[in-house]
Design a protein around this ligand. Structure first.
Ligand code: FEO
Length: 169
């Protein structure tokens, strides 16, 4: 595999694990506020990020690459208002999309069609992630300022169930 592409994929493992850590911290925040449904949403989000990391880890191994695991940074976002994690999550997903696009462009530059095919799943996934995070902000703006609305939204998010990624390696 091209060194630059392999290096970017290796870095992405760390970014996905950081994402998991960041979302766990958001779950942590909501748990401390008594919003168990919001906490559930972000606990599942954290699990999905670990899945993303493992998919890339396995892809690199399947292609004969050595994986180097680096330290995962401490989540450093400060949350005060109930909507703060929602805004931070959306911004973070936009950033992750830019990272995936960078790897995609690097793979495209060296005609690495196998990596491009692998990354197609991530490109689609990022579209879903950004839509979900944007929808949550909209719902919070519409219903979150009213106690009953917030209760209903918390119940809805509490119903989210984890499912393994559709991409299997
Ligand atoms: Fe792994 Fe939420 O992107």
């Amino acid at each position: 595999m091209d060194k630059k592409v392999a290096g970017l994929l290796n870095e992405q493992i760390n970014k996905e694990l950081y994402s998991a850590y960041l979302y766990l911290d958001m779950a942590n925040f909501y748990d401390s506020k008594g919003l168990d449904g919001f906490a559930n949403w972000y606990e599942i989000q954290a699990r999905e990020e670990q899945d993303h990391a493992m998919l890339i880890y396995k892809f690199l191994h399947n292609n004969g690459e050595t994986v180097t695991l680096e330290a995962v940074a401490k989540p450093d976002k400060v949350f005060q208002a109930l909507g703060d994690p929602l805004a931070a999550a959306h911004e973070h997903e936009q950033y992750v999309t830019s990272l995936i696009n960078t790897i995609y462009a690097a793979a495209q530059a060296v005609n690495d069609f196998r990596t491009l095919q692998f990354l197609d799943w991530f490109v689609k996934e990022q579209g879903e992630e950004e839509k979900n995070s944007a929808d949550l902000i909209t719902k919070m703006e519409l219903f979150g300022s009213d106690a009953k609305g917030l209760y209903m939204l918390n119940s809805e998010l509490g119903g989210r169930v984890y499912s393994a990624p559709s991409l299997q390696l």
